[in-house]
Write a protein that binds this ligand. Structure first.
Ligand SMILES: NC(=O)c1ccc[n+]([C@@H]2O[C@H](COP(=O)([O-])OP(=O)(O)OC[C@H]3O[C@@H](n4cnc5c(N)ncnc54)[C@H](O)[C@@H]3O)[C@@H](O)[C@H]2O)c1
Length: 383
C-alpha cells in the first residue's frame, strides 16, 4: 500500500492498494474527491482512448457531470448510458438492451467501459466489458460502501437469472478502481449499513484487530467520518486484494469471502431479491447464523457468536429471522435448505459453509450436516 499525497478536494491523502495479478495487476485508489481526478488518472493509464460510462439514474443524477467534466478536462471523448437503479437491472433483458445500445453507439475494441455506481452497475457493466467484442478494458468507480469494500475488486462480473443470483457471468478484472469515499456522503443510511456488513466481514474472517477497530469505530464510520471510512475501505481492499491475488478463480481461499453468504443468498431468494432485505443485510443475518452454527457445533466460543450479534444490533443490522422481513410469511427451515441447494452449496446431504473457530478465524467447511443447519434454522425461527 502507498500514500499518493493529498487528493485535490479531500484533506486526507489518498491511498493505493495494488491487486498483484501479474500482467493484469491493477491499482485500487481510495480517497475523497477522486471523481474529479478520474480523467487525469485514466490518461496516465490508457491514454485518451474513448470511454463509455455506464451508471444508474440515481448515481448519474448525482455524479455523472463531475465525472464527464473530469474526462473532458483530460481530453477523453466519452458517451454515457444510464440504466434504472436496483437489482432488477442485473437481468438478461437489461443486459441485452445495454449491449445493443453500446454497439449502436459505435463501441470499438479500444473503448474503455467505466462503471459509475454500486455493485449492480459494476457487475452489469463489468459483464458488458467482459463480453462485448470479446472483451474491453474496464474501470470501476464504485459509489456504495458495499461496492468500495467488495464488489468493485476482484473481477467477478455477472447478471442474475430466474434460477438464482449471479449465475451468468465472467471473471474480468478492471484496469483501475477509483473509490471516492466522498460519494458515500449521499448514500442512504440503510444502504450504508448494509455495506458495513460486508466491511466488518473482513475482520471476522481473519483480522481480529480490524474487528476490534470496527467495534470502536463503526459509529463514526456510519455517521460519515471520512477518516474512518477511508481506513475501513483501504483495510477491506487490502484484504480482498491479498485473497484475490492468492486465488483469483475461487479454487480455495477466496471462498472465505462468502462468510454469511450460504444463509444470506437463501434469505435473499426467500424475499424475492426485494427491498425487504438488501444484499448486505442478508449477509449480516448470514454471518450471525454462521457464528451461531459454529458455536452450536462446538467449534467457536458462544461468547464470540454473542459478541457479533451485539455488534450488529448496536448498528441496526439484522441478525435473525425476524418475521417482519418476510411480511409475516417466514420461510420454513426446509424452504431455506432447498434454496441453499439451488445455490449449489449442497452435495450429498452436506452443505458448504464458511464457519469460524472464533472472531478472525473463519474456515471453509464442506461437510456440515443438514440436520445441524435445520436445527439452527428452527431455533432461529422460534426466537
Ligand atoms: N462482483 C462481486 O464480487 C460482488 C460482491 C458483492 C456484491 N455484489 C453485487 O452487488 C450488488 C449490490 O450492490 P450495492 O449494494 O452497491 O447496490 P446497488 O448498486 O443497487 O446500489 C444501491 C442503491 O444506492 C444507490 N446509490 C449508489 N451510489 C450512491 C451514492 N453515492 N449516493 C446515493 N445513492 C447511491 C443506487 O442507485 C441504488 O439505488 C448485488 O447485485 C450483489 O450481487 C457483487
Amino acid at each position: 500500500m502507498s500514500t499518493d499525497g493529498p487528493s485535490s478536494t479531500g484533506s486526507l491523502p489518498s491511498e493505493t492498494v495494488t491487486v498483484a495479478l501479474g500482467e493484469r495487476a491493477y491499482d485500487i485508489v481510495v480517497g475523497a474527491g477522486l471523481l474529479d481526478e478520474a480523467g487525469a488518472r485514466l490518461v496516465s493509464l490508457i491514454g485518451t482512448r474513448p470511454v463509455l460510462v455506464i451508471s444508474d439514474e440515481t448515481v448519474a443524477g448525482l455524479y455523472l457531470v463531475r465525472l464527464t467534466d473530469a474526462l473532458k478536462r483530460a481530453g477523453i471523448a466519452h458517451q454515457e448510458i444510464t440504466v434504472p437503479p436496483g437489482e432488477a437491472t442485473k437481468s438478461f433483458a437489461s443486459f441485452g438492451r445495454l449491449a445493443e445500445e453500446a454497439l449502436k453507439r459505435g463501441v470499438e475494441r479500444g473503448t474503455v467501459i467505466v462503471a459509475l455506481g454500486g455493485g449492480v452497475v459494476g457487475d452489469l457493466a463489468g459483464f458488458l466489458a467482459a463480453t462485448l467484442l470479446r472483451g474491453l478494458d474496464f474501470v470501476q468507480i464504485p459509489t456504495t460502501l458495499l461496492a468500495q469494500v467488495d464488489s468493485s475488486v476482484g473481477g467477478k462480473t455477472g447478471i442474475n437469472t430466474g434460477v438464482g443470483k449471479n449465475l451468468v457471468g465472467a471473471f474480468h478484472q478492471p484496469r483501475l478502481v477509483l473509490a471516492d469515499i466522498a460519494t458515500l456522503d449521499t448514500l442512504d443510511a440503510r444502504e450504508l449499513r448494509a455495506g458495513y456488513a460486508e466491511t466488518v466481514k473482513y475482520g471476522l474472517i481473519d483480522d481480529p484487530a480490524f474487528y476490534d477497530w470496527c467495534e470502536e469505530n463503526a459509529g463514526a464510520l456510519i455517521a460519515g467520518d471520512h477518516a474512518a471510512r477511508q481506513y475501513a475501505v483501504v483495510t477491506a481492499c487490502r484484504a480482498k486484494a491479498r485473497i484475490v491475488a492468492e486465488d483469483e478463480r475461487e479454487a480455495g481461499a477466496r471462498a472465505l469471502l462468502n462468510l454469511g453468504h450460504t444463509f444470506g443468498h437463501a434469505l435473499e431468494a426467500a424475499t424475492g431479491y426485494s427491498d425487504a432485505l438488501l444484499h448486505g443485510e442478508s449477509v449480516a443475518i448470514g454471518i450471525a447464523m454462521a457464528f451461531d452454527l459454529s458455536a452450536s457445533l462446538g467449534l467457536c466460543p458462544p461468547e464470540d457468536a454473542a459478541r457479533v450479534r451485539r455488534h450488529f444490533a448496536a448498528h441496526d443490522l439484522p441478525s435473525g429471522l425476524d418475521a417482519k422481513i418476510f411480511s409475516g410469511r417466514r420461510p420454513s427451515s426446509s424452504d431455506l435448505i432447498e434454496l441453499m441447494a439451488a445455490d449449489k452449496k449442497v452435495k450429498d446431504g452436506r452443505i458448504r459453509f464458511v464457519l469460524a473457530r472464533g472472531i478472525g478465524q473463519a474456515f471453509i467447511a464442506d461437510d456440515v450436516a443438514l440436520e445441524a443447519v435445520r436445527d439452527l434454522l428452527d431455533r432461529a425461527a422460534a426466537a
